[in-house]
Design a binder for this molecule. Sequence first.
Ligand SMILES: [Zn+2]
Length: 404
Amino acid sequence: MNNTQVNAANSGSDTRCVVCDTQNCTPLIKINNIPIHCNRLWNAKEDAVAASTGTMNLVFCNHCGHVFNQDFDPDRMDYDPDYENSLHYSPRFQDYADSLAQGLIDKFSLHGKDIIEIGCGKGDFLKALCKLGNNTGVGFDPSFEDNRDGQSQKNFSVIKDFYSDKYSSYGADLICCRHVLEHIQYPAALLNTVKKAIGDRLESIVFFEVPDGAFTLKDMGIWDLIYEHCSYFTSNSLSYAFSKNGYTELGQESAFDGQFLGIEAKLNPTTQDFEPARFNLPKNTGLATAAAKFATNYQEKVSYWKKQLNQHAQTNKKVVLWGAGSKGVTFLNVMKSSGQVEYIVDINPHKQGKFVAGSGQEIVSPEFLKTYQPDIVLVMNPIYQTEIQESLNKMGLNATCHAV
Ligand SMILES: [Zn+2]
């Protein structure tokens, strides 16, 4: 069986940054045997355990502040309907997505407009944009499933394909793209595709959202390190990528308790040359210091949780995780040889009854806990702790809740 191992990262000295193309990268950490598709659901435990794995060989670019996996192999990625990453079953997440949609509608007066969403997943965010602003939306995503929620919505359609140049005839007042850019080896490829699609419609607004790499690097959000995410944008590297590829940045916003980063931009109508010097990583970001300490801090955090799980196992405490998203899957894989976590809870019914890639735990419903009676519930994202505690209280469970 594969165990997730951590080594010192390979030298990044001759590696070129995927955003700024300079050779000024510092190795961060190398993590072996992590699932290639951490959000792929498996119907059988044996298949889940045998899921293919890859290597995360993270480096930090000292020039633009970008973090990326220099061993990423895009040929190993494919996304199909078994790829389940909808977070929309959480009221907390839904509130966030709805307020983000409303914020964009208000800011850019999006009423009765055309909206495109690249990588719309199951379509929840695009539906909100259409509904709240009476807009017309076209989404692009090969993993979209028709009529999954049983509710049809007018002015909303999805093309089950990757967005590419061949769809450049679909003009839009807003082109949004959430949690996609970090999956693409060279961000310029997608940014150029969007640029071509916009063509001469210079008033089109572009909105991208990515996980904030600073949260991983500085706040040790290490459970967000997944193979699918080859890029970890920091505010500076995000600005760099957009400016270098012909956009004018309108603004950036930190969201979801500092875990996400949003950028609004338009095409740059001038042919002015890009000035890289303007985007050198400012000294005061603290990112270079965090990068230097990252490997040590990573090991410490992992050791702490391994020790916790082993102690719980020795005292016969039943531990479950809550949240079978990227964070939960990563945690279970990194902890694979420690303790005995048998189940992971998720409120998304499409995940229940399936198995976690790599480590093989079964995903169960919250109700299952009434029978299982866990002693400890580990919450994979502190942002959901209140809603999880409420669910436990409603079910009359006394389990102790800890954020991981
Ligand atoms: Zn760079």
